[in-house]
Design a protein around this ligand. Structure first.
Ligand code: CP
Length: 331
């Protein structure tokens, strides 16, 4: 009989011990400003949807008659597809805008594009953009709900939530877990969303990477900084390995890929120094042979595919909660 976790445990340090719904926002823009109760509400809902998604082919009617628009100005496999599947499982109509062939290339502004789609009765926009703050701009200018699917180096809230959910599901707690983020912290919106969510619940976060890829002010977020992977790895419960973002590297942030691999690739040999049962995560897409060896990526310690499955449950939860809030506002 598998362990049945209850996300209600996550509310234990608040007045909301019974886990009553506590997420009344119009938009999901980031995790920095969400309360513990709001995060716990999303995780509790995700737990219900995971059961529906993995154990039956039934659809929920939570978004029946609603239109969800995917507006991705950067490439994506996991996030875009996962939002599309999540929306369809909630019975929404889904439209994915091919931004490269839309009227954006004729000079239309992002806000005008979104307002045009809103005039077609779009209810929820999922936006990924290279510029930090873009989802916030849309949220201010539209009545539709906005979900941030990654804005520049800033936040990737649904990735942070699915990572949180996967850790909680496997480790049964967040408080006092030692969680190591490896690699390109500077360019990583995933790192920031992970740090903001996990530290609220008492996780002890370490970051490790070349000094040029670790922002100097990161300690202000309550994390411990390491530059030596073999030291950082000791005693941790979870290792979340970040992608080296070749497309965002300005010149010379590390001397060479070869040197990065030597110093920071997570390999089976390095994991011999880690705690037994250490869990390996990666948000994807992976650069096999750079930040992670194939042996580690395909090992039983890796939960990378489970992260992807949990992404559907978390995104169903976010969509369903936002749709319910919209319905409440209209009453
Ligand atoms: N983790 C993640 O955001 O992957 P995609 O870029 O494929 O969406």
């Amino acid at each position: 009989m598998p362990f049945k976790l209850s996300a209600v445990q996550l509310f234990s340090s608040s007045a909301n011990k019974r886990g009553n719904m506590s997420f009344n926002r119009k938009d999901l823009l980031g995790l920095e400003n969400l309360s513990k109760d709001e995060i716990a509400t999303i995780i509790k809902k995700a737990e219900e949807f995971k059961d529906l998604f993995t154990n039956s082919s039934n659809k929920s009617l939570d978004l029946a008659g609603k239109t969800v628009v995917n507006l991705f100005y950067e490439p994506s496999t996991r996030t875009r597809t996962s939002f599309e599947i999540a929306s369809k499982r909630l019975s929404a109509d889904v439209v994915s805008i091919a931004t490269a062939t839309s009227s954006v290339v004729k000079g239309e502004s992002l806000v005008d594009t979104a307002k045009t789609l809103q005039a077609m009765k779009a209810d929820i926009f999922i936006i990924r953009h290279t510029l930090a703050g873009t989802p916030h701009l849309l949220a201010k200018n539209l009545q539709a709900s906005i979900i941030n699917a990654g804005d520049g180096f800033h936040e990737h809230p649904t990735q942070g939530l699915l990572d949180f959910y996967t850790i909680f599901e496997k480790k049964k707690r967040i408080k006092d877990l030692k969680i190591l983020l490896v690699g390109d912290i500077l360019h990583s919106r995933v790192a920031k969303s992970n740090i903001w969510a996990l530290t609220k619940f008492g996780a002890k976060i370490r970051v490790v990477g070349p000094p040029t890829l670790i922002p100097s002010k990161i300690t202000e977020l309550g994390v411990e900084v390491f530059y030596d992977l073999d030291r950082a790895i000791k005693d941790v419960d979870v290792i979340n390995i970040l992608r080296i973002q070749m497309e965002r590297q300005q010149a010379n942030l590390f001397p060479s890929v070869h040197e990065y691999v030597e110093l920071y690739q997570v390999t089976k040999k390095r994991l011999e120094k880690a705690k037994s049962g250490v869990m390996i995560m990666h948000p994807g897409p992976m650069n096999r042979g750079i930040e992670i060896s194939s042996e580690v990526a395909d090992s039983p310690s890796a939960v990378i595919n489970e992260q992807v499955t949990n992404g559907i449950a978390v995104r169903m939860a976010v969509l369903s909660l936002l749709a319910a809030n919209r319905a409440k506002r209209r009453k």
